[in-house]
Design a protein around this ligand. Structure first.
Ligand code: RWZ
Length: 365
């Protein structure tokens, strides 16, 4: 009615809008900033996901990172750690919950965890349910393994299922729920589990030295059923005079990990959304590239074996469709096959590695 009221009205509308938008921005800004601090590579692929999925996957990542931080922190007494792991799926709904633990950026993640909770509670209920269910199953599985070691190959597969296979299974459900991928993804638990196992086993193989040098008490994930054939104690692999059995064991673990790769190709062939495809494919290519680098490589026992930055960047750029993926897998399985062929007289598991690598090459043609 009065022209001079116009400005305050606009101002009020603006302030009301800001008041609504700001808290959301604040918790999500925290989440993306944290994601960048804890994992550059995942931050890049997650930020490129379609808007419908991006926030849910970012929050999913941080929830599981937080759970992982509790599992990893050797300063927490087992009597405290076990109940936290088993009830973490409830904490993620509790706006007041936070914890003092972890190191470096993780201290911040845990201390300011209510920021993640706020972002979680803003997700669609369907996404929240998937994240809570996976967190529940993972927390229980981690708790089971706090008190027991990874002895058999079955234990190794089960531990990897808990910490990585379940991530693959949860992602499938988020993809199907977003309708960006088909309903079929609700029923792809087995293939999704293989995707996770392929990544996790590759990390466990590569991180031998980093894990064994952990203070105060290292937690090791190489299964005794395999390494026990090559040494009395895992630490013995660090001694230069044990290079031969150490590399023999490494090669057997690479052969084991390679079993999962064909299923991961089968999974990715079903993806329809190019950004979701890239999100899945980049880590898988890095995994087979890392396996090819680690194979028969004694440097795994003396330092960190990692793909070069330039090579990594190439895949982040390229990988747009199945054709690109087959070319990358073909390159690395070709390298594995020829290395294994050259070792067949010397190494009893080289034959199986060659067979598995050649089988992968065929799948790519
Ligand atoms: C990619 C949504 C950080 C979540 C789990 C990751 C922490 C085990 C560590 C969840 C690739 C290394 C990240 C195998 C999955 N627990 N292993 C989303 C998360 C491999 C990713 C990391 C697992 C995981």
């Amino acid at each position: 009615e009065h022209p001079d009221e116009l400005v305050p009205l606009i101002q009020m509308a603006y302030l009301a809008k800001r008041a609504k938008v700001l808290p959301k921005d604040e918790s999500l800004a925290f989440c993306y900033d944290m994601l960048n601090r804890v994992s550059r590579s995942f931050a890049v692929v997650i930020q490129r996901l379609p808007p419908e999925l991006r926030d849910a996957v970012c929050v999913f990542y941080l929830v599981l990172r937080a759970l992982d931080t509790v599992e990893d922190d050797m300063a927490i007494a087992v009597s405290i750690k076990l109940p936290v792991l088993r009830t973490f799926h409830e904490k993620i709904y509790d706006r007041k919950w936070s914890m003092e633990c972890g190191q470096d950026a993780y201290v911040d993640l845990m201390k300011r965890y209510p920021m993640v909770t706020d972002a979680f509670l803003r997700l669609k209920p369907g996404y929240q349910k998937v994240i809570a269910d996976i967190t529940h199953r993972m927390g229980d599985g981690m708790a089971d393994f706090i008190e027991k070691e990874v002895l058999t190959v079955r234990d190794y597969d089960l531990y990897c299922h808990y910490v990585a296979g379940l991530v693959g299974i949860g992602l499938c459900q988020l993809f199907a729920s977003s309708q960006l991928e088909s309903k079929e993804f609700y029923e792809m638990e087995d293939l999704a589990n293989h995707m996770g196992l392929f990544l996790q086993k590759t990390n466990i193989i590569r991180d031998f030295l980093e894990d064994i040098d952990e203070e105060p008490a290292p937690r090791m994930f190489w299964p005794k059923e395999i390494w026990g054939k090559y040494a009395k104690k895992l630490e013995d692999f660090k001694a230069p005079e044990n290079a031969q059995p150490a590399v023999g064991c490494l090669n057997e673990l690479v052969a084991d990990a390679l079993q999962h790769a064909p299923y991961s190709l089968q999974y990715m062939a079903k993806l329809r959304n190019p950004d979701v495809f890239r999100f899945c494919a980049i880590p898988q290519v890095m995994a087979i590239g890392t396996l090819a680098l680690c194979y028969n490589n004694h440097r795994v026992f003396t330092g960190v074996v990692k793909m070069r930055r330039g090579e990594t960047a190439k895949y982040v750029q390229l990988l747009g469709n199945m054709g690109d993926l087959y070319r990358a897998f073909e390159l690395f399985s070709g390298r594995l096959a020829s290395q294994a062929a050259a070792l067949e007289q010397k190494d009893e598991h080289a034959q199986i590695t060659r067979e598995r690598a050649v089988y992968l090459q065929r799948l790519c043609q």
